[in-house]
Write a protein that binds this ligand. Structure first.
Ligand SMILES: NC(=O)c1ccc[n+]([C@@H]2O[C@H](COP(=O)([O-])OP(=O)(O)OC[C@H]3O[C@@H](n4cnc5c(N)ncnc54)[C@H](OP(=O)(O)O)[C@@H]3O)[C@@H](O)[C@H]2O)c1
Length: 243
């Protein structure tokens, strides 16, 4: 009987929210999934969810802003399963103090480091392997604020997410010839822990109008499972009532 080796996916921000839901959905779709986040216990919970459903998971607790640790995590992943075939980049940061009148430059730098530079760090690590295999799927979880001006999202957050559109376009321009494709995925409001970083944290009634993490996981799975010759450059996914 011929066996097909499962493709290897690395998900950042996989300890909660959209990253976790995407990791679980991709595993159900047949990917081996390496799960990353800073909280080892949250990462372990996601790995358990995947294994309990019959999938394969590798726990890689790591801070994506720590370049050395990230390189070590990638090394462990490659030693375990070989080159990475796909990544879902969902680690993200915001702050309640997000306007020119109240933001701090320390927060600004941390947000750009997490939301933008860390995406480039992970991509830089996995690209050589993707080029070798002639195929790579990169899903960048950006934001509606990276697609349309969204003043409430904050200066640093909106700027970092908008820059992801250019990062994705540059990947598609320069790496498409190697079979690598990237998607700028722009969710609107999603009911996750992330909302705790808003200046006014939404209540249950508002959250009920939002997307769920599973809604986005379904979209991620659609992108990851698209045929090799199909590139989905950008997707904006919003709850029906979002203005
Ligand atoms: N919720 C929304 O309405 C919304 C809308 C559009 C886009 N987004 C974006 O969607 C992505 C996922 O967010 P979510 O809504 O699913 O919220 P979430 O559950 O809070 O997920 C964010 C994840 O990022 C991880 N993370 C943060 N900083 C990290 C770091 N330095 N290194 C490694 N992991 C880090 C967190 O885990 P640890 O704390 O354990 O590291 C957490 O699991 C984010 O990029 C966010 O900007 C959210």
């Amino acid at each position: 009987m011929m066996t097909t080796e499962r493709r290897v996916l690395w998900v950042t921000g996989a300890g909660s929210g959209m990253g976790r839901a995407s990791a679980v959905a991709a595993a159900a779709s047949g990917w081996r999934v390496a799960v990353s986040g800073r909280r080892a216990n949250a990462v372990a919970e996601t790995a358990t969810m995947i294994r309990d459903a019959g999938g394969e998971a590798l726990e890689l607790a790591v801070d994506v802003t720590d370049e050395d640790a990230l390189g070590e995590a990638h090394g462990r992943l490659v030693d375990t399963w070989g080159d990475v075939d796909g990544v879902v980049l969902a680690a993200g940061l915001n702050t309640p103090r997000r306007n020119w009148g109240d933001q701090s430059m320390t927060d600004f730098a941390a947000i750009v480091d997490t939301n933008l530079t860390s995406v480039a760090r992970v991509v830089d690590l996995v690209l050589p392997g993707m080029r070798r295999s002639g195929r790579g799927d990169i899903v960048v979880v950006s934001s509606r604020s990276g697609w349309r001006f969204s003043p409430g999202a904050g200066v640093a957050y909106m700027s970092s997410k908008t820059a992801l559109g250019a990062l994705v376009a540059s990947l598609n321009d320069q790496e498409g010839a190697h079979g690598v494709k990237a998607c700028h995925l722009c969710p609107g409001d999603v009911d996750t822990d992330f909302l705790a970083m808003r200046p006014e944290v939404p209540g249950a009634q508002q959250r009920a109008q939002m997307l769920t993490a599973d809604d986005i996981a379904r979209t991620v799975r659609f992108v990851l499972d698209s045929p090799a010759h199909v590139r989905i450059d950008e997707l904006a996914v919003s709850p029906i009532g979002q203005r």
